[in-house]
Design a protein around this ligand. Structure first.
Ligand SMILES: NC(=O)C1=CN([C@@H]2O[C@H](COP(=O)(O)OP(=O)(O)OC[C@H]3O[C@@H](n4cnc5c(N)ncnc54)[C@H](OP(=O)(O)O)[C@@H]3O)[C@@H](O)[C@H]2O)C=CC1
Ligand SMILES: C[C@H](O)[C@@H]1OC(=O)[C@H](O)[C@@H]1O
Length: 259
């Protein structure tokens, strides 16, 4: 088991990519904490699934846009497990909308959740890791952020969203520098198009969906489980102990497919 007895927290862990990461990490022996915004049934079902195979998990509701959610999530994990080894910043929203008539509240909310939320959460987790101090192997913990292929390329109906994903990638690069001396590694995964609730309506358009599939050299859209392995790799000190400030595209090859 790659994460035996390690404590891993994931924001937005009740559904989609976050849920697959939480379950995948628990299958690798991690004790898991899940943050979610509002859908309690989904969060409870993730916890139940993990406990069903003998894993440990708890869920805590909290809007990541509120800095108080970050301190509460970290405190709950410390109370439950005594420490944090890996923090996965994953929660995000993408309300597709055109640029010229983008409502101010949609822009502001997207930035607050995706970017400000990432900042508050990663800062709270990092402070806990610094308080824990370095273990004998020199590591105090690691942070993995779910950025996106959209950190590198644009989207017509994502003008409010793609800058947040570039910001999350940049946050991992800067925190890698700020936290290296504390034994904390910071990395980003950049998913391509992964089938989840976030794009269910957008991809309900058959034309768009087959166009997107056609852009992917591996011939299919991603599944949430495709992100679990890359995040577990980055979390694992034995496998990725010299990896920090890095970004890993998990997109079936979409980014490199110009023609
Ligand atoms: N799907 C894709 O194609 C891609 C997704 N990503 C990124 O992956 C991450 C996860 O997306 P995905 O799994 O697709 O999305 P989903 O919509 O499937 O899941 C989103 C999760 O985030 C939670 N969440 C949403 N808003 C908040 C909030 N304000 N505070 C706390 N939790 C919140 C949701 O909880 P609840 O249901 O309770 O609201 C849910 O658990 C996002 O950051 C997204 O940008 C990146 C690249 C591609
Ligand atoms: C939600 C979109 O389908 C998804 O989000 C991203 O970050 C990817 O670039 C896709 O556009």
């Amino acid at each position: 088991m790659l994460l035996k007895d390690k404590v891993l927290l994931v924001t937005g862990g009740s559904k989609g990519i976050g849920r697959a990461i939480a379950i995948g990490a628990a299958r690798q022996g991690a004790r898991v904490g899940i943050n979610y915004a509002g859908d309690e049934a989904a969060a409870e079902s993730a916890v139940k699934e993990i406990r069903g195979f003998g894993g440990e998990a708890f869920a805590l509701r909290g809007d990541v846009a509120d800095p108080a959610s970050a301190t509460a999530f970290v405190a709950a994990a410390v109370e439950a497990y005594g420490r944090i080894d890996t923090f996965v910043n994953n929660a995000g929203i993408c309300p597709f909308h055109g640029f010229l008539d983008m409502p101010v509240d949609v822009v502001d909310r997207t930035i607050k959740v995706n970017l400000n939320g990432a900042y508050y959460m990663c800062q709270a987790a990092a402070n806990q890791m610094v308080r824990q101090g370095k273990k004998a192997n020199g590591f105090a913990g690691s942070i993995v952020a779910v950025s996106s292929i959209s950190a590198l390329v644009g989207g017509e109906f994502q003008t409010h969203y793609t800058p947040t994903k570039a910001g999350v990638l940049s946050l991992m690069q800067s925190t890698a520098i700020a936290l290296g001396k504390h034994g904390i590694r910071c990395n980003a995964v950049l998913p391509g198009t992964i089938l989840t609730d976030i794009n269910k309506d957008d991809l309900a358009d058959e034309g768009k969906r087959s166009y997107m599939e056609g852009r992917i050299p591996l011939g299919r859209l991603g599944q949430p489980e495709d992100l679990a392995g890359p995040v577990i790799f980055l979390a694992c000190e034995e496998l990725a102990g010299y990896v920090t400030g890095a970004s890993l595209l998990v997109d079936g090859g979409a980014f490199v497919n110009l023609q």
